[in-house]
Design a protein around this ligand. Structure first.
Ligand SMILES: *Cc1c(COP(=O)(O)O)cnc(C)c1O
Length: 854
């Protein structure tokens, strides 16, 4: 008989083992090796059966076994010690608490909103890099004590699980998760009733959800779940899958995570007494509707004596405390909705008092029929960033249209290079050998005693061997699923060789990542794999979006190549790439291959995880590798990104890849002195010394705290003071600016102050008359801009100097003046421009307003 439904009943633990419950439900176990060891030791077979999932493990262990364990003094002591350790991890002051003693302006809490969170494979709520990054962000925040509240959705089936058909086509399945069996706790009110979050939908209907809490160390993660009886069937399925439905499904999910997410945070803070967020961080555009809900809250303010705010005043207040991170350098990857769909959903019942035309203006883009979530994200956040230095530059030019009149390098989008959570992704042997780099580690400061070549090589060998057995196990399992029978599969015991140079390539399969670049010249690849002296073995994995048949065809091409009995011992495609597989690959691969179409990889993080374990990157200089490749920590595949013909570009880059593998990588790996590849171990050592500290997620989260959350928190605190006086003042300023701006102009520029013999460093006086159209001189800054000019008059390497207001100009406006030291030799040009100036603006470019002299 088949069960109609399934659910999980939690075990009754004997009193001495009761702390196991907390150890299993706080996800800190997933990056705490001693706690994992404890779970494994409770019942090694059950631990394997439970797929290394502590909550499942506690359901698998028999009461008889629990009885024995409760009488075992060592077990009881270990349980208590680890529970105490968890308790102090959760309570003790950490980096943030110490910082906050010096700087009480640091925010009391930060809301971190994301469509996906990859914290651990036991909570499969992610599809790829974006989610895993969000998970690493929460874990590093927890380690640093940063008071984050994570907000997302709980998907009934998460992302799909991947398997292969006999002919190598991707098959998708969606196992249903039972929240009772996950490390989650329902958010309940003071009476123990589940908190329900309501979001109004069209036609007078309501979408309701409950809120699950996961504990990611110190960080609560709130996940909204619409699969409840209080919803009609079509609304129960709003949180069925991640990235699974049509646009309608998608906008409902985004309304739920943004609007519902803010309401869930409010409910959570009210119930638990947790501090309210002062800063809201939108991880990619999906959750951007959170800004609209916060505007609604401000319009509906009803505290005694509080003056209501206007829409513009509310926008000013919301912007101050919002940080927006964009992850998409591909214009086609930007999240957009048809305008009429937004109009359909954003009724006056969903967001009472928020005018539709203002909502639409926030998401406006070139196409008047589309609503652009990234544009709204940028308009509702005073601070925005990309996720590597290169991606910051790409974003500044990609979104430059929102700051017309400014050079790309002035567009106020910064960058924070992603990082990865060391304790999650580093093999414990590496940590044991090298110590914990800690949150304050700097590049080049070794956190450990010098390690000999032999020791490093042994370490790499052990990690490679572990990968090889995992590869064999998975290849066998994959073939059983594809319909092979056990007697046919003897060969899988010979797949891979623990002594052979191992290259990994695993990631999602969008076109720009070019999964099949390695197959460009199949004979050449075969030669590399089968080289009698210096063979290479290649492990490949990745999921294609279910709707992307092109991606599935690429996977099929790899699978067919790897199915060939002549090479199948040297190349494998492993189905169902997820965090649990990824770990073995990052530990064991000697080389991590990445060949995206530059500059379409915003950051990329898998190569960082490989580097943590002494893997060497072999990558196009894109994303993080563009800034952290130093010539001695791996290899840069030359990019042909000036070449427009995509076929030729792929040929050139594939050639460069084969060439590097054959002439650089393999020789360094196989040339041995007394059995040790000295050149290789030197590259490994350099990678571990210099890259390991820089790729840490703690480094990333500290940057967010210091350069983004702290200023956003101060701006938010300033703007809400005195019953939102500054928000009103800033909104009034913007209104005045808008009314006057088209009439502001530079009416005259006088260069009589040019020095007689212009040489570098000589002083030039620039004088200008500016029509301010009723604005006060203090409402603007007038700047002299001096730089190089070429055959066009475009200024390069420009230096800007603020001009002083020196009086009025006899009916020609106001006079401004500056002395500028000539910055460059050669052909030089200059101009004058007028920008808004207000103490509550983060940068003069912020409002996208500038008037140039002409
Ligand atoms: C790190 C990670 C990714 C992201 O890898 P990229 O290099 O950014 O493509 C994707 N999936 C899993 C399971 C990961 O651990």
């Amino acid at each position: 008989m088949r069960a109609l439904r399934r659910f999980t009943v939690r075990a009754q633990l004997p009193a001495p083992l009761a702390p196991l419950q907390a150890l299993a439900t706080n996800l800190r176990w997933s990056w705490h090796a001693p706690t994992q060891d404890l779970f494994a030791a409770l019942d090694p077979d059950a631990w394997e059966r439970a797929g290394h999932d502590p909550v499942r493990l506690l359901g698998e262990i028999s009461s008889a076994r629990f009885g024995e364990l409760a009488k075992d003094a060592d077990t009881v002591v270990t349980v208590r010690e680890l529970a105490d350790d968890l308790e102090s991890y959760l309570q003790e002051p950490r980096w943030y608490q110490i910082e906050r003693e010096d700087d009480p302006s640091l925010p009391a809490a930060v809301g971190y909103f994301s469509m996906e969170f990859g914290v651990s494979e036991v909570l499969p709520n992610y599809s790829g890099g974006l989610g895993v990054l969000a998970g690493d962000h929460l874990k590093a925040a927890s380690d640093l004590g940063v008071p984050l509240i994570g907000v997302g959705l709980l998907y009934r089936s998460g992302y799909f699980r991947q398997s292969l058909s006999l002919d190598g086509w991707q098959l998708e399945h969606y196992p249903v998760l039972d929240p009772q069996g996950l490390p989650l706790q329902l958010l309940t009110d003071a009476d123990g009733q589940p908190v329900l979050i309501d979001v109004a939908m069209p036609a007078g209907r309501t979408l309701r959800s409950r809120v699950w809490q996961a504990a990611v160390g110190r960080v609560p993660l709130l996940l909204l779940d619409s699969d409840i009886e209080e919803n009609e069937p079509d609304y129960r399925s709003v949180t069925d899958r991640l990235y699974g439905g049509d646009q309608d499904h998608r906008i409902r999910q985004e309304i739920l995570v943004g609007v519902g997410g803010v309401r869930a945070v409010r409910a959570f803070c009210a119930v638990t007494g947790h501090a309210e967020p002062e800063v809201f961080h939108t991880n990619e555009g999906h959750a951007g509707y959170l800004g609209l809900e916060r505007i609604r809250e401000l319009l509906a303010r009803s505290e005694a004596g509080a003056q209501p705010l206007t829409f513009d005043e509310a926008v000013a207040a919301v912007r101050a405390g919002t940080v927006f991170t964009t992850h998409t350098p591909v214009p086609a990857g930007i999240d957009r909705f048809p305008v009429d769909m937004v109009q359909h959903y954003f009724s006056d019942t969903l967001l009472p008092g928020v005018p539709m035309d203002r909502i639409l203006a926030l998401g406006a883009e070139e196409n008047p029929n589309m609503f652009n979530m990234a544009h709204m994200g940028l308009r509702l956040a005073q601070r925005a960033n990309g996720v590597s230095q290169l991606h910051g530059r790409v974003s500044r030019s990609m979104f430059g249209g929102l700051w017309e009149g400014f050079d790309a390098d002035e567009v106020p989008i910064g960058s924070v290079t992603n990082g990865v959570h060391g304790h999650t992704w580093e093999a414990r042997e590496v940590t044991a050998l090298l110590g914990d780099p800690g949150p304050g580690a700097m590049a080049g400061q070794p956190s450990h005693e010098p390690v000999s070549d032999e020791t490093l090589w042994e370490l790499r060998g052990a990690l490679r061997a572990r990968l090889v057995s995992e590869v064999r196990r998975r290849v066998r399992e994959a073939w059983l699923q594809r319909g092979a029978s056990t007697p046919e599969l003897g060969w899988t015991d010979q797949v891979f060789d623990p002594e052979v140079l191992t290259v990994g390539f695993a990631r999602r399969v969008p076109t720009y990542k070019r999964l099949t670049l390695m197959l460009r010249d199949k004979d050449r690849l075969r030669d590399l794999l089968l080289d009698p002296h210096r063979p290479v073995q290649l492990v490949v994995a990745g999921k294609s979006h279910p709707a992307d048949d092109g991606g599935k065809a690429l996977i099929q091409e790899v699978v067919r190549f790897a199915d060939d009995p002549a090479v199948r011992h040297r190349i494998v495609f492993l189905p169902d790439y997820d965090m649990s597989m990824a770990r073995y690959l990052y530990w064991g691969c000697d080389v991590w291959l990445n060949n995206p179409l530059r500059p379409l990889e915003a950051c990329g993080t898998s190569g960082m995880k490989s580097a943590l374990n002494g893997g060497l990157n072999l990558s196009i200089r894109d994303g993080w590798w563009d800034e952290l490749y130093d010539g001695a920590n791996g290899w840069a595949i030359p990019t042909a990104d000036g070449i427009d013909d995509p076929v030729r570009r792929d040929d050139l880059e594939a050639n460069a890849l084969y060439e590097l593998l054959a002439t650089q990588v393999a020789p360094a790996f196989y040339e041995r002195t007394d059995g040790v590849p000295v050149r290789w171990t030197e590259l490994v050592r350099h990678t571990l010394t210099t890259l390991r500290p820089q790729v840490q997620a703690t480094r990333m989260v500290r940057e967010y705290v210091e350069d983004w959350y702290a200023p956003a928190g101060r701006a938010a605190a300033r703007i809400v003071a005195d019953d939102y006086g500054p928000a009103r003042e800033l909104a009034a300023y913007r209104a005045r600016l808008n009314a006057a701006w088209t009439r502001v102009g530079v009416t005259g520029v006088d260069a009589s102050g040019l020095p007689d013999t212009p040489e570098v460093g000589a002083a030039m006086t620039v004088r200008a008359a500016v029509e301010l159209a009723g604005l006060a001189p203090s409402d603007v800054i007038v700047e002299a801009v001096v730089g190089r000019v070429g055959h066009t008059d475009d200024l390069a390497d420009a230096v800007t100097v603020a001009m002083q207001h020196v009086g009025d100009a006899d009916g020609m406006g106001e006079r401004f003046e500056a002395v500028v030291k000539l910055p460059h030799a050669g052909l030089t040009g200059y101009t004058v421009r007028v920008l808004p100036s207000h103490p509550l603006l983060a940068t003069p470019a912020e409002l996208g307003k500038v008037v140039l002299a002409h």
